[in-house]
Design a protein around this ligand. Sequence first.
Ligand code: SF4
Ligand code: SF4
Ligand code: SF4
Ligand code: SF4
Length: 283
Amino acid sequence: MDYTKQIQEIASKLFAEGKIDVFVGYRLTGFDENQVPVLIRDQKDVSQLVFNDRSVFNLVNYLKYEHTRNKRVGLVVKGCDSRSLNLLLTESQVKRDKLYVVGIACEGVVDEQGNKMQNCMECVFPDAIVADEMLGTPHEVRKYKVNADIDELASKGLVDRRVYFEEVFENCIRCNACRHSCPLCYCAKCCIDQETATLYNGANTTSGAFHALMTWSLHLAGRCVDCRNCEKACPSHLPLHLLHKWNERVIYENFQEHLAGVHEGDRGAFYKYSMQDPDDFIM
Ligand code: SF4
Ligand code: SF4
Ligand code: SF4
Ligand code: SF4
């Protein structure tokens, strides 16, 4: 999967035709073969753009910052990224007519060691759902499977799970890189930020981290698209997908097989209601 040339050409054309103010893509770090996001503001710089299986980050996150607000933006989205874009559109955080979206029929991305990422191995929607033009060969529809780590976690007793998560939360330094790197966390005043915390003590304790991360994961329940931007950003390498994939499974099983952002205009799991929904979890 290498669309470097095509993306450079598309960005160049968009600037030449005066259709965009900024293009959000990937460039090489300059140290190795890994990549970082880049905001290109001039046609002469499009040669910096690259795209291959090292294009790991979810660029939709950059639509929530000042650099792109009220601007005409070109950007690249893989399948998972496009689902978060779909949600930002539904939640009225971005305007579709301000965007030019280059969608990728994605073959999967790799971690820094070159291994295919776990979320890519079980990806259900690899092809971009929102796009003005597509690159790559579309895939067959795939069936949702519960993540193997979640199956393993569910097989543990409550006490073992508590001990496991106490260790996870103990290693959180409450830097909030996870929530800042999530495209779906855009609240100006976040209830778990240490500087602006409205609900929680910002102290860096295990119980503080527990409350912050559990609250965070619940705010993403039915919205998380499994792009793992948060996990890639975590300096402590915490397995944050365990929180999100657990919620994803519960919601899939109880809310009409809901998966986040896969339909245009979909308002999320908690807006769905059917008399057939199971209610045995309600006391
Ligand atoms: S999760 Fe799917 S769409 Fe996202 S990078 Fe992996 S294969 Fe591509
Ligand atoms: S990025 Fe990692 S260490 Fe930082 S707050 Fe989130 S979970 Fe904790
Ligand atoms: S919580 Fe993490 S995996 Fe889920 S959408 Fe946000 S950044 Fe992506
Ligand atoms: S954690 Fe909750 S309050 Fe904070 S930015 Fe995310 S959705 Fe908003």
